[in-house]
Design a protein around this ligand. Structure first.
Ligand SMILES: [Zn+2]
Length: 413
C-alpha cells in the first residue's frame, strides 16, 4: 500500500517539539504548539472540517463515516507530537537511506554515529527497504512523529478511497507524553470514542495491551543536625541512614538491572541528601497491581529496620500512584484487542504481542474510560541518536489503521 507517511514524517521531524519536565506550562514547550497548529491545517485540508486545537494543545478531528456506516461504533487513533527531553530535538535533519542492503549507515554530522546491523538485529528484516535516521547530533523523533504521520496518511487514504466502509473515526494528537503528562487534560468525553489505539510502538506487527502497574514511594529519613565539631553523641546523620537503606534494597533480584519479561522491580532513582533529612525516591513496578502493595510493604519494613539500627532517626513515606496495567481494562473489552489482531493479519503480518515494561498514555486513558492498546509505528532505538524507522513499516502501520477502521465499520454493537 502506497501512502504519504514517509513524506509527512520527513516534514514533521524538522519541528522542534522537545518536551520539558521542569516546565509548569501546558503544553510544556511552545514548539509543540507550532506542529499541533499546523496539523489542524493539514487535517482541514484533508476535509476534516471540525479539526481544532483546544486550550491545552490537544488536536482533535473527525473522519466522517461512509454512507451506511453512520451507526458503527466510533473509534479513535492517537499519537503524541513531543520528543524526549533526554536528547537534543532542534535542527533535526532526517537522512533517507534507500535500498538498505545491510551496510553500515553513517550519520554525516558525527563520525562516531554509525547504525550497524550487528548491533541492531531488527535491521535484518529491512533489506531492500528505505531507512530514515537522524544526522548524528539529535534524535530523529520517530517516537512519535512516525505515529502522527501514519495517522494523517491513513486519514488521507480513507478520504481518497470512499469505497472502504468505516464509521466515525476520531483523531487526536497530544503533547507531553514523554514527560508523563500526555493524558492529563485529554477530554475523553469530548473525544467520544468507545476505544482508541495509540500508534507509538516498535517493530512491524507489534501489539501491546499490557503495561506495568506503577507507583512511586518517597522514603523520607529524618536525622538530627548540629555543628560537626560538637556533634559527639548528638548528631544523627540522615545521609548515613538513607545510604544504609539503599544498600539493603535488593540488588540481585527485583531490580531493573536483573529483571525482564513479567518480573517487577524496585528502583531507587532519586536522592535528595542532607544531614537533617534525606529522601530516597523509589519506583515500584509490577504487572500485577496487588503485588505493588507487597513491594511497598517490603520497602516500608526495610526502612523501619534501618531506622531501628540508627537510634534517633525516623522515617516517613508518601506513596503516589502513577498508572495501572491497561490489561485490567482491556480484558473487559476483548473486541478492542481482537480487532487489532485481525487488522494486523489482514495487512499480512502475524501479531507480535508483548508486555510493555513501562507505561503509555494508553495505560492512563484506559482507566479514564477509553480502552487504548498500543500499535507498532516502526520506531527503533527510542530516545537515541541512532533512532531509525523504515518507510515500509510506516506504510504497514497505515494499512493496519485502515483495516481497523474497516473492521469496526462492519460492526454493529
Ligand atoms: Zn512515544
Amino acid at each position: 500500500m502506497d501512502t504519504s507517511a514517509l513524506d509527512r514524517f520527513l516534514r514533521y521531524a524538522t519541528y522542534d517539539t522537545r518536551s520539558d519536565e521542569q516546565s509548569t506550562t501546558f503544553p510544556s514547550t511552545p514548539g509543540q504548539l507550532v506542529l499541533l497548529r499546523d496539523l489542524v491545517s493539514e487535517l482541514k485540508a484533508l476535509g476534516l472540517d471540525d479539526a481544532a486545537i483546544d486550550q491545552y494543545g490537544y488536536v482533535m478531528a473527525t473522519v466522517p463515516p461512509t454512507r451506511g456506516c453512520e451507526h458503527a461504533p466510533v473509534i479513535g487513533f492517537i499519537a503524541h507530537v513531543d520528543t524526549s527531553p533526554e536528547m537534543p530535538g532542534h535542527d533535526v535533519r532526517p537522512i533517507v537511506h534507500r535500498h538498505y542492503d545491510g551496510r553500515d549507515l553513517l550519520l554525516p554530522d558525527d563520525p562516531s554515529a554509525i547504525l550497524r546491523l550487528p548491533d541492531n538485529p531488527a535491521l535484518a528484516a529491512q533489506i531492500g527497504n528505505t531507512i530514515v535516521t537522524a544526522s548524528g547530533l539529535t534524535l530523529l523523533g520517530s517516537d512519535d512523529k512516525a505515529g502522527v504521520a501514519e495517522i494523517v496518511a491513513a486519514v488521507e487514504y480513507l478520504q481518497q478511497h470512499p469505497e472502504i466502509p468505516h464509521g466515525r473515526v476520531r483523531i487526536a494528537f497530544t503533547p507531553d507524553e514523554e514527560v508523563g503528562r500526555g493524558a492529563n487534560h485529554f477530554d475523553v468525553g469530548r473525544f467520544g470514542a468507545i476505544c482508541a489505539y495509540t500508534l507509538d510502538g516498535g517493530s512491524r506487527g507489534e501489539l501491546e495491551f499490557e503495561s506495568f502497574s506503577a507507583d512511586a514511594i518517597t522514603v523520607k529519613f529524618k536525622g538530627f543536625n548540629t555543628h560537626p565539631g560538637y556533634a559527639k553523641g548528638r548528631m544523627v546523620n540522615a545521609i548515613r541512614v538513607a545510604a544504609d537503606f539503599v544498600t539493603r534494597l535488593p540488588r540481585d533480584t527485583m531490580s531493573p538491572e536483573t529483571t525482564d519479561g513479567y518480573e517487577g522491580y524496585l528502583h531507587p532513582y532519586q536522592l535528595q541528601p542532607s544531614v537533617d533529612c534525606t529522601t530516597v525516591k523509589v519506583l515500584v513496578r509490577d504487572f500485577v497491581t496487588p503485588k505493588l502493595k507487597e513491594k511497598e510493604a517490603y520497602v516500608q519494613r526495610l526502612a523501619h529496620e534501618v531506622v531501628r539500627d540508627h537510634p534517633g532517626s525516623s522515617v516517613e513515606f508518601v506513596i503516589d500512584e502513577s498508572y495501572r496495567n491497561m490489561r485490567e481494562v482491556l480484558e473487559r473489552h476483548p473486541q478492542v484487542v481482537d480487532y487489532a489482531r485481525q487488522a494486523i493479519r489482514l495487512a499480512g503480518m502475524e501479531p507480535i504481542e508483548k508486555p510493555i515494561r513501562g507505561g503509555t498514555d494508553g495505560s492512563r486513558l484506559s482507566f479514564m474510560g477509553l480502552p487504548t492498546p498500543n500499535l507498532f509505528a516502526g520506531e527503533h532505538n527510542f530516545h537515541s541518536r541512532l533512532e531509525w524507522v523504515s518507510a515500509e513499516d510506516m506504510d504497514k502501520a497505515v494499512e493496519v489503521i485502515v483495516r481497523l477502521c474497516e473492521r469496526w465499520g462492519r460492526t454493529n454493537l
